[in-house]
Design a protein around this ligand. Sequence first.
Ligand SMILES: [Fe+2]
Length: 376
Amino acid sequence: MANVRHIQYEELQSEEDWQYFVGDVFESADLQYEAFSMVENEPLYDPQIHLKFTEPDFVVLLNNNFQQVKYISTDRNDKYPLAYTAPFRILSDEGYSVLKAIIKREFVNCQGDLRQPNYIQSIGYRSQWIKDFNRCPVVRDYLSKLCGEPLMVTTLKSTYSHTNIGLVDPDKGVDQWHTDSVPFVIIILTCDMTNTVGGELQLIEREKQEASKLISQYNGNVPDEYVKNIEFDGPGSVIFMQGCAVQHRVKPVMAGTEPRITVVNSYMSRNPFAIEKTRYDTFRMEPTTNYEFTLHKSWRAREQLKALLMYNKKWPTKDELIKRLNLVIKELVDCRDLLDGTATDALGYYSTDSKQMRMYDGDYRVEKKVLNLNET
Ligand SMILES: [Fe+2]
């Protein structure tokens, strides 16, 4: 469609003082989508029982040389954002075993597409434990401290604990080169990779546009000198990363005695003026996305208006007021246009099969499939 407007959020960045505002944590009417139902008889999520934090040995900053430091500065005028962390832990042994049991139960809901051959979506609509874990304020506050930015759970409930399953298949990457369509993620290794060959999480320590050029230039086979292998630290260990800003992939699993399973919880800034990193296009084929994304944009618009209502630093000029109103209006116009297809925020990903960037469209989505993983 020639007339589709391509939304470029990065151009909106600016540094005015009113654009730093910590909004209220997103909450919604929390309707249950009719096709899903909560599974009964799960343990009740309890942070006292299910969480046990350790600290990562280092964090890596999103600057030119991906500098490794112990902590991120808390001074927002003097800091680089998070690229990724060393592995650490969030779940207790008990928490990990509950998570693993729920994911195993969810195998029947596995689906696939050309980027990720096997994954499970929408678990937050079927599991109260998963929903509570994703929304847990203790986890949220811990991660906020690690990255130096107030975070909250993603507004897109269908992505709660998105689970990626890597089966032994030397020809298929578990996930292709991409940047995420949500801002921050924790990736929880939910299997034992002791006997696994391959399945490495890799990222390119370069600014993401530069990384994209390298991926195209080398047809996806980016030389080792640019690629960093990210090591987990055993079952239950966690990597925290700003996946929207760093190109990454998961290599094929060449051999192993159990599938490679990662559970991905997504977070976003509580600042409603933060550059938009949540993408409609990537998720638009999920049945709940239209409503979830509308809630997402409504939250941003509401919190931006709240920032205006509560602003008491200096008398705003007419131009400033117009600028602020335009930002709120843009949130809602973008949302409407994305829903009705007159605008797109498509990011796409690099397809190793076709050796080019691909969008999430056409024959991208593979039919829903039921994996028989009972042997695991
Ligand atoms: Fe990712």
